[in-house]
Write a protein that binds this ligand. Sequence first.
Ligand SMILES: [Zn+2]
Length: 1017
Amino acid sequence: MHDDRTLVESRLKRVLDERIRPAVHPASVPLEVSVWTAPGEPVPVAEGLAAPRTPIAAGDAWGAPWGTSWITVTGTVPAEWAGRTVEALLDLGFDANMPGFQCEGLVYRPDGTPVKGLNPQNQWVRIAAPAAGGERVELHVEAASNPVILDYHPFLPTELGDRETAGSELQYKLARMDLAVFDETVWELVMDLEVLGELMAELPVEGARRWEVLRAVERALDTVDLQDVNGTAAAARAQLAGVLASPAAPSAHRISAVGHAHIDSAWLWPLRETVRKVARTTANMTALLEDEPDFVYTMSQAQQYAWIKEHRPEVYARVKKAVADGRFVPAGGMWVESDTNMPSSEAMARQFVHGKRFFLEEFGVENQEAWLPDTFGFTGGLPQIIRNAGSKWLLTQKISWSQVNRFPHHTFLWEGIDGTRIFTHFPPVDTYNCSMKGSEIAHAARNFKDKGVARHSIAPTGWGDGGGGTTREMVAKAARLRDLEGSATVRWERPADFFAKAQAEYPQPPVWVGELYLELHRATLTSQARTKQGNRRSENLLREAELWCATAALRTGLPYPYEELDRIWKTVLLHQFHDILPGSSIAWVHREAEATYAGLAAELERLIGRAQQALAGDAAGGRALVFNAAPHARAGVPAGGAAAAPDGGSGCSVTARAEGGFVLANGLLSVTVDGDGLVVSAVDLATGRETVAPGARANLLQLHPDFPNMWDAWDVDQFYRNTVTDLTAADSVAVVADTPDAAAVRVTRSFGASTAVQTLALHAGERRLDIDTEVDWHETEKFLKAAFPLDVHTERYAAETQFGHLYRPTHTNTSWEAAKFEACNHRFVHLDEPGWGVALVTASTYGHDVTRTVRDGDGGTTTTVRFSLLRAPRFPDPRTDQGLHRFRHALVPGAGIADAVREGYLISLPERTVTGSVDAVRPLVELDADALVVSAVKLADDGSGDLVVRVYEAHGGRARGRLGTSFPLAGAVPCDLLERPWDGTRGEVTADGDGVTLALRPFELVTLRLTPASPAS
Ligand SMILES: [Zn+2]
């Protein structure tokens, strides 16, 4: 027969758009609308409900940026609607395409009970079904006029991202505010036609099924009377029943749909708005769970539950009930969906401790899956942390965003740096905002890389990012896709049920070893440097606070600050959310983060000071005591203890060079700084080995243009390297220290509108060139790097990550290696030839790159390491990173991996001198093997008084040693991260009266709960 396919398809589109969808609400009357605009920040519900209203009408403008308007609608259900289903349709002026990125509302009854959230895809509120007629309607909407930051012309700089700069121009026009009749039969017809129309478009044109669906659709359209859609919808549906009833093929892909709203805890909105976003979405979702018996919803991020518990207790009560029913599923077991590249070992562990503990205490639920759909890459340290938290699965879809290489699996075992393997799933639907469209379902089935050996995948379904969640339309579509010929099958399922099935059907999945690197968003390792430094400073101060407070508690009985540390940890964990720590949020978020970090630092300094003073004794004693929080002894001060301040060192010298510049020396290193203030030589005197590549100059600041094609704060595109300016001209190079204890020069440079002042120093007894950098940064769309060309020939280098380090190639043989042109380290980057190596250590710089160069003369290769100091993107924060920054780095010639580990800690944890009355403070625990490193010393969170010590093998080899305690030990038990007895520790752990013998495999971590026998002395 003749091919009329496109004719029928076009007909379907027009009739749906112009006739059938409008007939879902066939009759309506306008509601009376009035408004009160809150003068500043959001107000409590009672205040918003009670405030006086003024009239407003459809078409009127409302809502200054970030404002809150309390909108009241009143009306009466017409008598002639008796027996019909009646809904309020409340359109605040929505753009249908952008739920979560614009205005939103939460609807309340007059008594303050929340009803549901309003967003572009969810504008209805059920009034009565069936109506009696004559019902009085009164609803109140807490409407947030959040401005649009990211829209059809994305990434343009905007001042809307901070209340302080956003101005007062009204952002929205009130649209339809009606009472309307809801015709469920027409709505069901719309769902039938959408599902079949979308399925049809994915089916092969050569196949019979496509044509069977087409003919059924045509018959349904023939049956609809365009002048009486409501009267003929049921008959039209009958024409579709046959094709909808035809079952899926036995080999059909099986999709586990899980209701979801990936809500970013802050991003293009401030933290306080996320509190309300979560309340709106969860109100919608608990309502949908009541309406739809098969539906299952999952929400991650314990912090978001804690917010509703505190701010919207009525919504939280509904969540608790739905969790108890097993239909609202807490997922992920982390405090927030954090970044995983940058958080420290302990912080990454505590994300799970606080997340899982909250779910256990509030709901009695223990998660087995880590849920990180949107995080920008995953470190090789993470699998062991997941396992030690008592979890065993991981979900993310973000790697599908990689620019170059397609990941080869969707279901696989992910092996971390220590060998821990985690069963991991990437949803082949390639989105965490699935809306049950035919194209998404077909893509998931086609895209799934493990066909033939596995059949199941997961589809997180609902509006995310800015929230919204699953809609009744998505649920209706899922019901039709349950068992439909030509489609993958869809079932609502809990993540754990999916993982159990997926694991059972795929007993020997492929293995991926090492980090899951995201080939995108690489600049998130550098953007918003002050936020990153605030995070790193907080992590270090928390280590110190826990160590000294635990020591003071056991030694002096000083009360341990459980509540303060718990609260501070949760604040730090919140700010590791995957748009805060990565620097991709609006200016408001980063301005607040800097203030929050400053407050935490002050509070932690007080806790540390109080504990150290309790240990040091009366300051009137007049003895200077040096406290060392690092896990390695330094200058005679033991790790985790304190000792008398050492005498000044000796042996440093500064010599002026005839050709300009200076030679700094300390008996261990001889460092030559030329007249431009650049390091032309750094000789390790023990071996006579030169560190700097021949003819090159180290600590060279380099400036690149940096204007990525999109995602300004997130991305640096490879072409940035095509243009570079070496900042070689110095304003001054001057000696600032020339004493037996220190030799230092200061170099000042001006460039663009900015200045950089660097101090290069050698100290007595230290084989390390310290480099302190202060940049007053006023550039736009530039990338500042500090380059260290090193005379080391190597195929690979080590970069520190959580509980160890991983290796990356220094070459770009394949597209996978070439794509890693910007990568993450924690405290060090290390490279070596057999017997001799170099470390570059850093206090707060995460981004770096490593490249190879051919040596002049002999054709061998050298290796250049560059730290990424600063960027200046203009979206979403138009003034990102402007102003003063301070960095600390060090070059460590002759460093083995052990030196790299040690120096990384030392630069991060400077010693503190306290005046007291005692000679020394003995550490609570002492380790006798250099490779066994203490990650945390703290009191157990349960308040039992037990000491918790976390140790890991840091060199990448096997290590055996003894952890001695300076108090009588009643017992020692290996624990998981939540401090519960755990038999998952594979290394040897043997306790006796005054210590524990440990034998750990490479990078293994072990958490020990040590019970003191009696008060320690
Ligand atoms: Zn996100």
